[in-house]
Write a new protein. Structure first.
Length: 64
């Protein structure tokens, strides 16, 4: 078990940074794989990344 350090990650994920997904709003918690690109991470999943155009596109359909 790792020693407890105040204000630092010691097995407790509440100390890790997080931010919302740009498409669905789900909270994403920092991952080691994202360490170098955390500022550029915008989507929580591949599905949200693919659906980004659908969520951002204005509704162009017209009745009649």
């Amino acid at each position: 078990m790792s020693p407890r350090r105040d204000g630092e990650y010691a097995g407790n994920k509440s100390f890790l940074p997080s931010k919302p997904c740009a498409v669905c709003g789900r909270t994403m918690t920092w991952r080691r794989a994202w360490a170098k690109t955390w500022d550029e991470v915008r989507y929580c999943s591949e599905r949200c990344r693919r659906d980004r155009r659908v969520a951002a596109a204005p509704d162009t359909s017209r009745d009649g």
